[in-house]
Unconditional design. Structure first.
Length: 286
């Protein structure tokens, strides 16, 4: 309150209204998080309809039940499947999108601008338009109930946003570096790997963070292509708390959802400095 009082004294009632509005907005944003944490320590029967954020008598049964698994499947299976898809997606996006971005930013070839415009245009295409043709294609290739449909697009540079992000960053790099490397006898692959990639680290890490979060939280993809519970990801495992035996275990679902946030939060905190640098520099260069 001392900071609030000092602001009011310096700037008058306007500062008070601004700070109160910010506090109200902060409370609205944080309320779902606080409610979820409190609900994870309540019995399932007390979660729906309860008005209190935190229970008077907290219980840890929701977390201890996670060690028992869901439908005889260990919780670790869901986390390992999600980690496999998320890490595989990060590797695919970083390699394929950076190589494609290098071609658009550094290599002169016929139709480059037209192809880049078409690629940017794919951002306007709704994902739901592609669901049926993609599913039919993977079904004919007998790839349903495998991780391939969830990963193969990441290795083909289908994420146009990340290609655009890297192109903007690479266009800001001095061309003198490329010319000096060519004088030393370097080809495009050597320039890409030894010069451009190290300098594009902020853009690469920015793409990696968003890719990891999107792949970890993805629900539609696993729902379409994965049929066996032992191949489910975390998002599909959460759904099983509602489906099993027609009884909704809200307590276990909320507890697992909080545990599922930890890898994403750790990944973000580890690379948040590069995320800010990448977004700032890619927005200024080009």
């Amino acid at each position: 309150m001392s900071l609030l009082t000092a602001a009011v004294r310096r700037r008058g009632p306007g500062a008070l209204a601004w700070h109160l509005g910010a506090l109200v907005l902060l409370a609205v944003v944080l309320y779902p998080v606080v409610w979820t944490i409190g609900a994870s320590f309540k019995p399932s029967a007390d979660i729906i309809g309860a008005l209190d954020l935190f229970p008077a008598d907290p219980v840890t049964d929701n977390y201890t039940r996670l060690t028992e698994g869901i439908a005889d499947i260990p919780i670790s299976t869901f986390f390992l499947n999600s980690a496999y898809i998320a890490v595989g997606s990060v590797i695919g996006v970083v390699l394929s999108c950076s190589l494609t971005a290098y071609a658009f930013a550094k290599v002169r070839f016929a139709g480059r601008n037209a192809m880049f415009a078409v690629m940017i245009g794919t951002l306007l295409l709704p994902y739901h338009v592609l669901i049926i043709p993609q599913y039919v294609m993977f079904q004919k290739l007998e790839l349903i109930n495998t991780f391939t449909p969830l990963l193969i697009g990441k290795y083909l540079a289908t994420d146009a946003f990340f290609v655009f992000l890297m192109v903007q960053f690479m266009r800001g790099l001095p061309r003198e570096l490329d010319e000096a490397a060519r004088l030393d006898g370097c080809g495009h692959l050597r320039i890409y790997w030894s010069i451009v990639m190290p300098l594009c680290r902020p853009a690469l890490i920015t793409s990696a963070i968003f890719t990891f979060i999107n792949a970890w939280n993805d629900f539609m993809g696993p729902l379409l292509y994965l049929n066996e519970p032992d191949k489910y990801t975390v998002s599909m495992g959460l759904k099983m708390f509602i489906d099993q035996d027609a009884v909704a275990d809200y307590g276990g679902m909320i507890a697992m959802s909080l545990v599922a946030l930890l890898p994403v939060l750790a990944f973000f905190l580890a690379f948040q400095r590069y995320l800010i640098d990448g977004m700032a520099t890619s927005g200024l260069k080009g």
